[in-house]
Design a protein. Sequence first.
Length: 253
Amino acid sequence: MTEWTALSIPPDQMLWIAVSVGLAALIRAFTGFGFAMLVVPVFSLILTPGDAVVLSAVLALLLGLVSYRSWWGLFPLTPVLPMMAGAIVGTAVGVWFLASLSVVEFQLWIGVSVVVASLALARFTPEERPPSRPVALATGVASGLMNGAFAIPGPPVILYVVATLTDPIKSRAFLMMFFFGSSIVSLLMFGIADLITPRPFQLLWVAIPAMWLGNKLGNVAFRRFAGSAYRPFVVGLCIFIGLSIAANALLGL
């Protein structure tokens, strides 16, 4: 068997990886969310389901490390423990589901999940509510299920943050913290399930420079233009990507 290398991926596909990672890192730095929702659908067109989710989780971990100064100490502490506890349980179940999917099924589930989550996000507006431990726990479980199955932990926790926090600095910091923790949990679970291969790590030389540049630009945009104007753009872009991936999967059935 010929050893797989990053060079075995055509240049146009590597360009797609770089562009999607750079754009997703920019949006994540500006809003606190959107990274996995943007990159995993693109990765699913190029990589196997296991490699797609592992690469996304590795990049999310690195992104959380390099940007910790922009979120550490700025998020509310009350919901953190129950939400992370729920995420561990949910991720374990989600990884089991991932292992049973074919490539086409994975793409279809990804597309449908992103569209449904984006439509749900479009209907919510920020509102300050007192934190609830049971709700935080349930949110963590739901986020973990999506994290383990698709490396997309965002939608449930984004809905939680939108429903409970109005301060963009606190909501952005909470999302960044949670996604960093989720990436650690998912990589541990992927390792236990023997889903980690060398392929995602061989693509880091393409993804990391794009991620670094996107993160820098997103931080600049947040400092200058923080506000609610980003929501229609992010939601619309995610819906478009989700529909494209779902259509591609249906055509392949």
